[in-house]
Design a protein around this ligand. Structure first.
Ligand SMILES: CC(C)(COP(=O)(O)OP(=O)(O)OC[C@H]1O[C@@H](n2cnc3c(N)ncnc32)[C@H](O)[C@@H]1OP(=O)(O)O)[C@@H](O)C(=O)NCCC(=O)NCCS
Length: 171
C-alpha cells in the first residue's frame, strides 16, 4: 500500500530496520525510544513507519535523514513520532514525511489525523500549522522536562476534504 514518493527518498521502513529507526530517533530526541519500545509501537494494529533515506554523495553512502511513525485504524490516524537528523533540518524533509504519512493514512481509510506536540516545541508547531493542523486540546504536564513538565497540545487535521485553512495554535 505504501508507495515511493516521486523523489524516491521516502520509503517504508524495512522489516529488519528497527536499528535504523532507533538510531534516527536517538539522533532527534533527548529521550530516545529503544528498539524494544519501537517494536512494541510498530506491533500496534495499523502502525507503520516511513523513512527519508537521504542521498548518497560522492563515495559516501546515503544516511537515513528522518522518519515518521504513525498508525491508521478505523478511520482515524495518529502521528506517534517524527524527526529529522539535526544536520538535515530546514530542507523540507519533515514536511514531506508528514505529507507522506498523511497520504498513507488516507489510503488506509483515515479521515482525521491526530498528534501531540509539546507546548515548548515551536519549530514542530509551525510545521504542523503549515500542514493544516489545528489545536483541539491541551494536556498539562504531559512531557518530562528538567525541573518540571511541559504541556502537550493536541492537534488534528481532517484529510477527507483537504486542509483546514484557519489553523491556530495557542501562543
Ligand atoms: C521539528 C522537526 C521535525 C522539523 O524538521 P525539518 O525537516 O527541519 O522541518 P522542515 O524543513 O520540513 O520545515 C517545515 C516547516 O516547519 C517549520 N519549522 C521547522 N523547523 C523550524 C525551526 N527551527 N524554527 C521555526 N520553524 C521551523 C517552518 O514553518 C518550516 O517551513 P519553512 O522552512 O518554509 O519556514 C525537526 O526540527 C526535529 O526533528 N526536531 C526534533 C524532534 C521533534 O521535535 N519532532 C516533533 C515532535 S512533535
Amino acid at each position: 500500500m505504501i508507495k515511493r514518493r516521486k523523489a524516491g527518498r521516502i520509503r517504508p521502513l524495512g522489516p529488519l530496520e528497527l536499528g535504523v529507526l532507533a538510531e534516527l530517533h536517538a539522533a532527534c530526541f533527548a529521550e530516545a525510544w529503544d528498539e524494544a519500545a519501537l517494536a512494541a509501537l510498530l506491533a500496534l494494529p495499523g502502525a507503520f513507519a516511513l523513512i527519508d533515506q537521504g542521498e548518497a554523495s560522492g563515495s559516501s553512502e546515503a544516511t537515513p535523514a528522518g522518519f515518521v511513525l504513525a498508525w491508521a485504524s478505523a478511520g482515524e490516524a495518529e502521528i506517534l513520532s517524527l524527526g529529522v537528523r539535526p544536520a538535515m533540518r530546514r530542507r523540507g524533509m519533515a514536511r514531506n514525511l508528514l505529507a507522506a504519512a498523511t497520504t498513507e493514512a488516507a489510503q488506509r481509510g483515515a479521515t482525521r489525523v491526530f498528534l501531540e506536540v509539546a507546548a515548548d516545541n515551536r519549530a514542530a508547531q509551525l510545521l504542523y500549522l503549515g500542514a493544516g493542523f489545528a489545536q483541539i486540546g491541551r494536556r498539562a504536564n504531559y512531557y518530562r522536562r528538567p525541573g518540571g513538565g511541559a504541556a502537550a497540545l493536541v492537534l488534528a487535521r481532517e484529510i477527507a476534504g483537504g486542509c483546514t485553512s484557519e489553523s491556530k495554535i495557542e501562543k
